[in-house]
Design a protein around this ligand. Structure first.
Ligand code: HEM
Length: 125
């Protein structure tokens, strides 16, 4: 992933907006909604936002609060099959559209998200 292009085009505020636009859709989603902690959506959004700011903009809050991401392990409590992966990618695509992520950054982010989302699968189907 070319982090520099993303930072240049959308900046940290763009990543914050992207996380918000993603999480806004989660509670009403038929597949993802039931997996997320509806009583703590602000916390979930904060964890994801901090992760993006760490991974893409080199900020330290995520690491200070959560340590090593261990993303595959942290997703094990949830049954993630290809339908869940595809839905995650779909609402992320909506979030990129809603926040007007420019083409080059969207291409970078989409490849990065697609690889990780596939890696997170832990349930057949
Ligand atoms: C493949 C479909 C995916 C599903 C169904 C899914 C679902 C979830 C759920 C239910 C949580 C718990 C919410 C919370 O309380 O924080 C979570 C956390 C998280 N997810 Fe995902 N996720 C997926 C893919 C991804 C991808 C592709 C990324 C990275 C780009 C990601 C990054 C994170 C992060 C950073 C957290 C918080 C980890 C922590 O506890 O520190 N997820 N995800």
């Amino acid at each position: 992933m070319n982090e520099a292009i993303i930072v240049e085009q959308i900046g940290r505020q763009g990543l914050i907006d992207l996380a918000a636009a993603f999480y806004k859709q989660v509670p009403n989603d038929s597949i993802l909604g039931p997996m997320y902690p509806l009583h703590d959506m602000d916390g979930a959004e904060e964890r994801f936002r901090d992760y993006l700011l760490m991974r893409i903009a080199g900020e330290e809050d995520y690491t200070i609060k959560r340590g090593h991401p261990r993303l595959r392990g942290r997703h094990m409590p949830f049954k993630i099959d290809s339908a869940a992966r595809d839905r995650w990618m779909e609402i992320m695509e909506n979030a990129m559209t809603a926040t007007h992520v420019p083409l080059e950054s969207a291409n970078e982010l989409r490849d990065f998200f697609a690889q990780l989302a596939d890696f997170m699968r832990n349930t057949p189907g």
